[in-house]
Structure formats: structure tokens, C-alpha cells
Design a protein around this ligand. Structure first.
Ligand SMILES: C[S@@+](CC[C@H](N)C(=O)[O-])C[C@H]1O[C@@H](n2cnc3c(N)ncnc32)[C@H](O)[C@@H]1O
Length: 224
């Protein structure tokens, strides 16, 4: 494949969310301890976290859902490389019934697949069995945003309000991991590597205005 054909394939990113190897390892270890048997990843992209989890949990099977065929093709390729292809189904559409059988769902940077964050919290809560878990990766304001950032990203909670909102929807937060500056830099500069040359400088400057202001939290939630 020529380099230009690969745009949108995110070759320089391991994850399509703010995540270094350190953070990914911590998340996989945390999820592995739950010993999940049925995992559903909504908006999985190329499903790197899901595939690592399957490697760590030999009894688990999984479904990854994403509407982007190219990303699912990358996921399928990596699943075969990792020897977990027979335990993961990759599909373009979200079906509510899938969640009824799942003991763990992942929704990292993908709540918009369902709607708003509140929509997602409600949909997972209503569809999943009692005591099931949800790893939600979601944005918040780490510090007060400028007017320009607010205009770009809109209404987001601060971390305290985020945790209160989660609790109000019937979820107990079992663990919290907030993306670090390293997680963000890895993500944003990996993202820029996929970008056309004439867009990179503006994107980099814009990123620096939100660095440390826009936060991203990985919440391990348990249905109460
Ligand atoms: C920010 S990415 C996160 C990907 C992945 N969870 C990760 O952390 O690497 C959001 C993903 O949601 C997918 N997506 C967006 N809308 C969708 C929809 N309506 N149905 C399925 N997938 C969707 C996109 O294709 C994209 O891969």
C-alpha cells in the first residue's frame, strides 16, 4: 500500500485514544483481574486494547464493533498476528442484544456511537447484566477552558462532576485512571503523523492550547 493510501489508517498510533504502553498495560492488568468471559468493545477502531485483553484472558471471547471497514481490517490482521482471531468477532453494527451476554464492555472515546455520555451510560446500564463492568474512556475539563476551547469542545464536566454523573446513572466507579501528558502527547503526535503536511502546524498549535486543559479519564464502572 502506498503511504498516501494509508492515510486514515493511523499506522503511527497503537491506540486511537490518549494512551501510552504504560497506561495500556495498567488497563489490561486491571481488566484481566476481572476474568471476563464475554467482552464487547463499542467503537473499537482497530481494537488494540481488546486484542491485548484477549491475549491476557485465554477463556474470553469478544465482539468489536466499528463502522469503519479499514479499521476493522487492521483489527482482523492484528487479531490473526496475535493468535486470537478465533475468539473475536468484528462487525460494523452495534446490536443491543450483544450487551445482554457481556460481563465487560469497553467504550473508549466512543460514547458518540450511542449518543451523549448520558445516553451511553444509560444504554449500557439497561442492556448489561447486573454486576457487569464498563470501561468508559471519556473527556472532561481538567482546568477551566478558554472561550475558544469551550466553543470547540462544548459542555464537559470537571472530574468531580463526571464521577457524580456516572453515579447518578447507577454505576459505581471501581477504578479511575486519568490520561497523563505523556498519554496525550503520544496520541496527538501519532495522530498528526497521519495528517496532510499543510494541516499539521495548525493542528499542533491547537493541541498545545488544550494540553493540560482537556482531560481524558478511564473509568472502570460496575453496574449497581
Ligand atoms: C476515538 S475512536 C476510538 C477507537 C478505540 N476505542 C480506541 O480507543 O482505540 C472512535 C471510534 O468510533 C467509531 N465510530 C464512530 N461512530 C460509529 C458508529 N455509529 N458505529 C460504529 N462505530 C463508530 C469510529 O470509526 C472510531 O473508530
Amino acid at each position: 500500500m502506498a503511504a498516501s493510501d494509508r492515510q486514515g489508517y493511523y499506522d503511527d498510533l497503537d491506540f486511537n485514544s490518549p494512551m501510552t504502553e504504560v497506561t495500556a498495560s495498567e488497563l489490561v492488568a486491571m481488566l484481566q483481574r476481572l476474568d471476563p468471559l464475554r467482552v464487547v468493545d463499542v467503537g473499537c477502531g482497530w481494537a488494540e486494547l481488546l486484542l491485548r485483553l484477549l491475549e491476557a484472558c485465554p477463556k474470553a471471547t469478544a465482539t468489536g464493533i466499528d463502522h469503519d471497514d479499514a479499521l476493522l481490517a487492521r483489527a482482523a490482521h492484528h487479531a490473526a498476528d496475535r493468535g486470537v482471531a478465533d475468539r473475536v468477532e468484528l462487525r460494523p453494527q452495534f446490536g443491543g442484544q450483544l450487551l445482554a451476554d457481556a460481563d465487560l464492555a469497553l467504550c473508549v472515546g466512543s460514547e458518540h456511537v450511542v449518543g451523549s455520555r448520558t445516553d451511553a451510560l444509560r444504554a449500557f446500564h439497561d442492556a448489561m447484566p447486573p454486576q457487569s463492568r464498563l470501561l468508559l474512556g471519556t473527556a472532561f475539563w481538567a482546568t477551566t477552558p478558554s472561550d475558544a476551547l469551550f466553543a470547540d469542545f462544548g459542555q464537559l464536566p470537571d472530574l468531580g462532576d463526571l464521577l457524580d454523573a456516572v453515579a447518578a446513572e447507577g454505576w459505581r466507579t471501581r477504578s479511575l485512571l486519568v490520561a497523563t501528558g505523556r498519554d496525550w502527547d503520544r496520541f496527538e503526535f501519532g495522530f498528526m503523523a497521519d495528517m496532510a503536511d499543510d494541516k499539521v502546524d495548525d493542528y499542533r498549535r491547537a493541541y498545545l492550547t488544550r494540553r493540560g486543559v482537556l482531560g481524558f479519564a478511564y473509568l472502570l464502572l460496575q453496574r449497581s
